[in-house]
Design a protein around this ligand. Structure first.
Ligand code: G3P
Length: 197
């Protein structure tokens, strides 16, 4: 694990917020989803391209298909928008198939909606570049979300998986602290949480 290189991502599609944070030199990437992009003015592809140009690092753009073939077709289109695009794939059976196909095609992926260590293990084995455990939503349901992050990191370390862990569904600055203490590679957060930091 690269412990010297903590990365912070913004979980937003708001160009102004991304620009402001990027000017501070502390933003390594961005995660988006269809809901976040729908809140902004402009065409989907133009928004994704502009975010890529601002951050110059991994920018997750999500598919909406629920079958592997559809996800792969969308992924191929998304990957053409910019070299920084990472295709966000949901953790469902068809998603795992798509992760495997996209690994073969050399298209980077972020497996999202991960709620268990076994899901993270499957994502890594299928070849995901990134995996996103949803910490806040686990906390909401009465679990300790950060326990999942620690389990996933231990499993990846044991077996030498190169998949990087993005701590996602972050609700407050303490989640960012806990992610740092756990040694997770990346934390993605809303601009509101970033400002509170
Ligand atoms: O990073 C994942 C995020 O977009 C979803 O978070 O707050 O809806 O659980 P939330």
């Amino acid at each position: 694990m690269r412990r010297h290189d903590v990365k912070l991502f913004l979980d937003t599609a708001n160009i102004q917020h991304i620009r402001e944070a990027a000017e501070m030199g502390v933003v390594d990437g961005v995660t988006t989803n269809p809901t976040l992009i729908s809140r902004e003015d402009g065409e989907f592809e133009d928004i994704v391209r502009e975010i890529c140009e601002i951050v110059g690092g991994p920018v997750s753009a999500e598919v909406v298909s629920t079958d592997a073939d559809g996800m792969v077709q969308e992924a191929e289109k998304l990957a053409k928008i910019h070299d920084c695009v990472v295709v966000k794939i949901p953790m469902i059976k068809e998603g795992v198939k798509a992760l495997h196909i996209l690994k073969e095609k050399g298209i980077p992926t972020n497996c999202t909606l991960v709620f268990s260590a076994n899901q993270a293990l499957l994502a890594a084995k299928a070849g995901a570049t990134f995996v996103s455990p949803f910490i806040g939503r686990l906390d909401d349901a009465g679990h300790v979300g950060m326990d999942l992050v620690r389990e996933v990191l231990a499993i990846y370390e044991n077996y030498g998986f190169e998949t990087e862990v993005i701590v996602a569904s972050v609700r407050h600055p303490l989640h960012v602290v806990e992610a740092g203490v756990s040694g997770a590679h990346i934390t993605t957060m809303s601009y509101a949480v970033f400002e509170k930091m």
